[in-house]
Design a protein around this ligand. Structure first.
Ligand code: CTP
Ligand code: MG
Length: 373
């Protein structure tokens, strides 16, 4: 029988959230859920989750089958020890709940190492140079071939690890993980190779927000000669009125740039497209100010939990000349999206007289955006 012990009884002080970092959502799912689901899908007979009393009510609903809570202690070592006392497996795999990216392969390698060598410590050779320092000065450089960064899981026969912890407590010695205790009181534990992605989330920046890219495009035709264009002498792009002999056909104000951008935003957030939310069959949107529609779009994104990181727009227009108006467009969009102007790139170009753009029959805009959750 194999038990997994998942440590979740810390406070996450260094991450600085108002909650235990293992309960923090990452891509829409608490960190701890990811760690647990890897064990739930592996050949593990029971999962013991060390949790603090104040977190138990939130952790209980997250537990997969075969998992239960045990009371954590003041230190990680205490939490592991408490769980070891309750574990029934002959083999135990101890894992940090704050390492959500472990893979089935790591778990399988850990178990295999315990079976073959009596222990299995997930670790990676370091890539940085590692030095010993004192008072801010390097004393010596460690031989890099011999230096490993130790991760979890770490697997052992339960009674040996339990015995080691008992000796450590009796001697009031502190260890940051099982490999240290085991090395001190039992034997040098065997290393198996971990994965770079199996990193521990410690500081707030380790919880990099989820990012989503979006793409949108829109084309509007110019009125041809004798097609009865309205009596105006401008087109609107990015909320800026630009003098133009040719007028764009549109149900709304014809801001083809903003329309492409809106589609990019909606698509990045996994929402429906502009035609769905603002149908041009709806009288309400006749002559509509596209900047207002953009504001409504950003509200939708906000409700879905997204913020705009940057946008990049490319306008294909043979006429009119756009370069004098680009800065004003950027200002407008920056205000509408509440992002800095330098998060907005707008390029404009002709199509070298080729195709419908080149023949001055219309304008096409491409937009890409990056959102963060
Ligand atoms: N842990 C635990 N019991 C403790 C302390 C830590 O079960 N008394 C767990 C944490 O929940 C975490 C893992 O051990 O999943 C690794 O510890 P660490 O990264 O230090 O987490 P925290 O102690 O929560 O963070 P901090 O040290 O920044 O407060
Ligand atoms: Mg800690």
């Amino acid at each position: 029988m194999i038990s997994a012990i998942v440590c979740a009884a810390g406070k996450g002080t260094r991450a600085g959230f108002r909650e235990n970092k293992v309960l923090r959502e990452l891509d829409g799912m608490p960190v701890l859920c990811r760690s647990l689901s890897a064990f739930a899908q592996a050949e593990i007979d029971e999962i013991l989750v060390a949790c603090a009393e104040e977190d138990e009510a939130r952790i209980l609903p997250l537990l997969p089958e075969r998992a239960r809570c045990v009371r954590g202690g003041d230190t990680r070592a205490q939490s592991v020890y408490n769980a070891l006392l309750k574990a029934q497996g002959e083999i135990v795999l101890v894992h940090d709940g704050a390492r959500p990216f472990l893979t089935p392969k790591i778990i399988a390698d850990c178990i295999a190492s315990v079976r073959q060598y009596g222990s299995g410590v997930c670790a990676l050779p370091v890539t940085d140079t590692v030095v010993l320092a004192e008072n801010g000065s390097v004393q010596s450089t460690l031989p890099r071939e011999q230096v490993y960064a130790v991760q979890t899981p770490q697997g052992f026969y339960r009674d040996r690890l339990l015995g080691a912890y008992e000796k450590a407590f009796a001697e009031h010695r502190e260890f940051t993980d099982e490999s240290g205790v085991y090395a001190r009181y039992v034997a040098p534990p065997r290393i198996f190779t971990g994965e770079r992605s199996n990193r521990k989330l410690t500081y707030a920046e380790d919880f990099a927000p989820a990012e989503r890219v979006g793409f949108g495009t829109d084309t509007h035709a110019f009125y041809a000669e004798g097609e009865g264009a309205p009596l105006i002498n401008f087109i609107t792009l990015g909320g800026v009125r630009i003098p133009s002999e040719k007028i764009l056909k549109a149900h709304s104000d014809g801001d083809v740039l903003v329309h492409a951008l809106m589609d990019a935003l909606l698509s990045a957030a996994g929402l429906r497209d502009i035609g769905y939310y603002f149908p041009d069959t709806d009288e309400k949107y006749r002559g509509a100010d596209s900047m207002e529609l953009l504001a409504e779009t950003t509200d939708k994104l906000k409700s879905a939990g997204y913020a705009v990181k940057n946008i990049s727009v490319s306008v294909l227009a043979e006429t009119p000349r756009l370069s004098p108006y680009i800065q004003a467009m950027r200002e407008n969009l920056a205000r509408a999206l509440s992002i800095p102007r330098d998060a907005i790139g707008i390029a404009a170009g002709t199509n070298e007289k080729l195709g419908y753009v080149g023949e001055k029959k219309g304008i096409t805009v491409y937009a890409t955006v990056l959102l963060t959750k």
